[in-house]
Design a protein around this ligand. Sequence first.
Ligand code: PLP
Length: 409
Amino acid sequence: MLDVARIRADFPLLGQPENGRRLVYLDNAATTQKPQAVLDAVAEYYRTTNANVHRGAYDLAIRATEAYETARAKVAAFVNAWAPEGVVFTRGTTEAINLVAGAYGRANVRAGDSVVVTAMDHHSNLVPWQLLCQEKGATLRMVEITEDGRIDLSDFGRALERRPKIVAFPYVSNALGTVNPVAQLAKLAHAGGAVVVVDGAQSTPHLKVDVRAIECDFYALSGHKMLGPMGSGALVAKPELLEAMPPYHGGGEMISRVWDDHSTYNKIPHKFEAGTPNVEAAVGLAAAIAYLERVGPERIADHERALAAAAIDKLVQIEGVTVYGPRDHRAGVVSFTYGDIHPHDIATILDQDGICIRAGHHCAQPLMRRLNVAATARASFYLYNGLDEVDALVGSLVKAGALFGYVPA
Ligand code: PLP
């Protein structure tokens, strides 16, 4: 296990009590807290380096551009991207997937084609494809999941028989914690002639990611879920695909020459970064990555797996509690229900003990329908959580159960 006390001391917000209690922050799949190193990097950027990037002829603007491009290289190295110019900064995973659907999808998907997603996809990796298919008259095919919350590989195979243009799936499910066999899925999808889009919102913060080993084509990530600032994120793509794609947004920065009625475009990645970028977010994300590298992505993944396993072991012993998702090949996300207690009531009661968990459909309504629930409660762990917080979660949950007339086993 990681030295949680030491790590926790790096996160100012975690030192702040909630409802008079020590804060137990277990909503990391939604967003993570930020270490002092990230706060300092952002403040230092504004104190010493701020100017608009790429267009300044003066030294300050050159330094700002360097900070921004160094951050891009940092993101590229962290996920073993094909090249730094294959990293397009976005506001997060949602914007990255919309970019792929809006630029690659619009140019390549036609009436009668199909696009494949899975029943465990977050709305971010579903609605952009719905919009594309509606616009183009294409078919959206949703691959089913198994009873224990994995992608159903036979149904995946059936979906590929139609030779879809695009196949999109999450690396890690935000609602089930399932870690999908992404390299295997990408290989199958490529053999079926598709381009592969991986939603990396929940994998990049928690696993050692190598996009070239996965052999996907596009990979989306959110910086705010990996200790970075809100509004930071990236699309990581094969450069040749970005080169061939039309632009997504129009405006400054993304052009080369502009005439009255048409324009030529900048080289990648700038072709996809119209307007003034969020330099602060990129700089903060680079600092977040440096922090994660110091701790070690593999050690973080082991730590979270141990916390999730401990939580599941304890939760399943409480009569009336159902834990969703597989027992193995999972990350530190634990979704559960407790009898007929509404997950929102669970979250509200836990909040009285200073414990923050998520309750709701987790932006995965098709998945909730398949689980036959309207909502679940979800605890999601990160590197600053400890086993004592698993105990706090379980203790508070038992108290909640008692309030609703459930007697703990
Ligand atoms: N995909 C998954 C699996 C997620 O968990 C999330 C956020 O919860 C997203 C996509 C969307 O990320 P963002 O809101 O940072 O764009």
